[in-house]
Design a protein around this ligand. Sequence first.
Ligand code: 2AM
Ligand code: CA
Length: 258
Amino acid sequence: MQPAVINIFEKAAKKAGRILIRDFGEIENLQIESKSVGDFVTNADLKVEKSILETLKYFYPNYTYITEESGIIKGDENTIVIDPIDGTSNFIHGIPHVGIIIAKMTNDEITDGIIYNPILNEFFWTSKGKGSWCNDRRLRVSNRSNLSDCLIGTGLPFGERIYKNYLSEIDEILKTTAGIRRFGSAGLDLAYVAAGKLDGFWEADLNLWDLSTGTLLVKEAGGRISKINGEDWNIDCREILASNSNIHIDLSEKLSLL
Ligand code: 2AM
Ligand code: CA
């Protein structure tokens, strides 16, 4: 049974998802405004976020909202984090790997969240103690324990996000695993770890809205999250290492060798 907060998030995401689908179909007509190198904000991001906020504010008028496009809307201690389109570059290029992310946080802890890909009709949800789900299916991380069998997701940096060790990280992971995937939505990548499709995932230089729901999805599906060096993750961390638990220490060691 979905908790009430998830029902409300589902309502908001599915309504906004219709706007996203319509604009995805008309991608060529979108006016694109440049935010910074390689990062675009589209009309769709703004429209989708506006629609989500409209629905959520009806049910939770006094909450605090942290959003990618509208910034922070200050309210009480209950906080909702929103990413209207995670995978904006995919969206702009007509690649259907995108998600609407909504998460609830209390006392700096993520307690509930959803990621909805309206194009593939995949609705991921999770609540603390209630497991992780995609549509009607309960999710469980993979059971692989040899790195050499494992498929690992990451997000390659670009533009201003380039950092010193990224090529050596990739070199180390390519040499010791079954390969790397780079899908372009950190939220869905974490959902794929929860679903057992990816065995692990790491990325640096992210924001809370990218990571919010995904971190709880992984934990509730039996996986593990941490900083890349293995230290505890918290909502102020901009990086993530997620895995099926079995390979967590191995992965962290490979990525911290550098
Ligand atoms: P977005 O699509 O909502 O922007 C892909 O590597 C991941 O990084 C996505 O989750 C993407 O979220 C995020 N991302 C893209 N550009 C970024 C930037 N300039 N700074 C931080 N995160 C970014
Ligand atoms: Ca994002």
